[in-house]
Design a protein around this ligand. Sequence first.
Ligand code: AVI
Length: 326
Amino acid sequence: MGSNDVMAPLAAVPVFLDLRTASANPADELRASLAADAPFIAPKFFYDALGSRLFEAICELPEYPLTRAERRLFERHGDEIATRAGIDRPLVDLGAGNCAKAEQLFGVLAPSQYVAVDIAADFLRERLGELALRHPGLPVVGLAQDFTAALALPDVVQPGPRTVFYPGSSIGNFAPPAALAFLERTREACGRGGCLVLGADLVRDKRALDLAYDDPLGVTAAFNLNVLRNVNRCIDADFDVADWRHVAFFDSVTARIEMHVEARCDVAVRWNGGGRRFRATDRIHTENSYKYTLPGLRALLQRAGFGDTKVWTDEEGGFAVAVAAV
Ligand code: AVI
């Protein structure tokens, strides 16, 4: 090669492990949850390739301020987050999605390795490839897995202490006992001296919360209804999206957003290995999104065994970022 030849930048190919088959069979899980007395679809089924993109679009909506509030908190308190979390540690990003939230902290955390974990394998692989090009010196690992049930960190992941990153208020998608169990497992993954960086949406005005999950453009409706298309693919079902409508509301008693798809008319749906009739107005529960109070958030982290915890909130008091030490 002559000295004037231009060399294409070498892509640091990230290590990518698809660990999805190690967990429970998603098709069996779906068949069981659809046949239940109160049918439901676990929220992880939102995130096929289109669902992941629709979620990215939700994060841009003016009615969904959560992502922007969190970004501002990371901008404002990044240095202190790094002081508490420590630098030059493996950064384990749970539910990494497009990896943008963690990448925002690379400058201050200077991670020794970036480990992105997500159930949406193709989407994650694509985004990690792009990220690796932007950070050629950074060892990058992608793990496609359903970490909501159990978190498997193979040997390729550097040992603790680690910084585990769980932003975006995804903790709100667990019911309280499951949130506690999840945080206990996460504490183990951090290792002694490690820490958790957690984002949590807070209880606020019902009207604002209703709008955040039922936006006038219908992006959240598309995100919710798209789950039926993913179900069609997973279990060869014949849901017709046009037969269903999006329902979302904040319930102040349980402090959670509930999302459902509701039948517009009587429908019969078949899938591989079964089927079911739904009457008009019957609902399939697709997501809960719990909102926290600050004392509630602190108590949860303490019960999960975390120690010293610092919490920052945005000016409106609508969102919190916590750094909890092990
Ligand atoms: C991923 N998760 C934290 C989002 C939430 O707010 O519960 C998912 C979402 N559902 C509807 N809009 C956004």
